[in-house]
Design a protein around this ligand. Structure first.
Ligand code: NAP
Length: 302
């Protein structure tokens, strides 16, 4: 059997087109568009390319986009003042501070200064709490877990009553997706198990999974024999395992591998995400969705 491929690149296009349509309708009816600001402190090349992609996507879906680039020696006090400025700016619905920040700035203090109603990354303790409560309380589910859940739903995988096993318990992927899959909600209602480095028999847990979500950061951690025939496998891992020359650009690029032995796993699973092109493209997509929802909450239409 060869598994159905769940392609993040295709689902991204579907969702971005839905956002473009909604933005047009809101603009027509209310005369406003969602506003997203990305604050970049310093010149870290990886951060610059992430911010550029976020801004490009925001532009594509018709948002007001602001890229606020600051020098690497910006003080913590000045960064807090900048966040306060955007907290009070009515045309901005989402505030993103690109991490990592320079060492002289306390990241936690900065992230906690963002208005929770503009925290489209969903990392503010208030939004973590809202996510845990579930239902109407949820504002901004963190983007990667939100993307994972959306892929499962759009692939038509039944989550209600399913055994969902999550490998990894980080605050950005493992814990939130486990919490989301067990909520009494659409795309959830699963029986959830979370495994990690102290789990006694990881293989036994994985073998039970109807839905297996792997976010460990260890190439080929999940062996094909751990996969239940027909299971849905979501591979979140992005591991650089070497370099190659891109056929498109002729430039050196990283060879990426997931946490699951894809070639063998696809013969056993019912559906599976590739790496790259699986979960990766969903994160920025869900950031756009959170920013749109932020405006909708403000307008009272969500
Ligand atoms: P993380 O903070 O390093 O957490 C990894 C988790 O996996 C930890 O809970 C760890 O357990 C567990 N783990 C590690 N090795 C394990 C092993 N051998 N057996 C069982 N559990 C193991 O990583 P993360 O930020 O969640 O990211 C995980 C992966 O997803 C990375 O490859 C990252 O690049 C990728 N990622 C992709 C996206 C995207 O595509 N958009 C977004 C975020 C992350 P302990 O807690 O016991 O240490």
């Amino acid at each position: 059997m060869s598994a159905k491929l769940i392609k993040g690149t295709e689902i991204r296009e579907e969702i971005l087109n839905e956002i473009i349509e909604e933005v047009k309708q809101i603009k027509e009816k209310y005369g406003v568009v969602p506003g997203l600001v990305t604050i970049l402190v310093g010149e870290n090349p990886a951060s610059i390319s992430y911010v550029t992609l976020k801004i490009k996507t925001a532009h594509r879906v018709g948002f007001k986009e602001v890229q606020d680039s600051q020098s690497p020696d910006l003080s913590e006090e000045d960064l807090l003042a900048l966040i306060e400025k955007y907290n009070n700016d009515d045309s901005i619905n989402g505030i993103l501070v690109q991490l990592p920040l320079p060492k002289h700035i306390n990241e936690k203090k900065i992230l906690n200064a963002i208005d929770p109603d503009k925290d489209v990354d969903g990392f503010h303790p208030v939004n973590v709490g809202r996510l845990m409560i579930g239902g109407d309380e949820v504002r901004f589910p963190p983007c990667t877990p939100a993307g994972i859940q959306e892929m499962i739903v759009r692939a038509g995988v039944e989550t209600s009553g399913a055994e969902t096993v999550v490998v990894g318990r980080s605050n950005i992927v493992g814990k939130p997706i486990a919490n989301m899959m067990l909520q009494k909600a659409r795309g959830a209602n699963s029986t959830v198990t979370v495994v990690h480095t102290r789990t006694r028999d990881m293989a036994e847990h994985c073998k039970r999974a109807d839905i297996l979500i792997v976010a460990a950061g260890v190439p080929d951690l999940v062996k094909p024999e751990w996969i239940k025939p027909g299971a849905c496998v979501i591979d979140v891992g992005v591991n650089r395992v070497g370099e190659k020359i891109s056929e498109k650009t002729g430039k050196k690029i990283a060879i990426l591998k997931g946490d699951v032995d894809f070639d063998k796993a696809k013969e056993i699973a019912g559906s599976i995400t590739p790496v790259p092109g699986g979960v990766g493209p969903m994160t920025i997509t869900m950031l756009m969705k959170n920013t749109l929802n932020s405006l909708k909450f403000k307008l009272g239409i969500r």
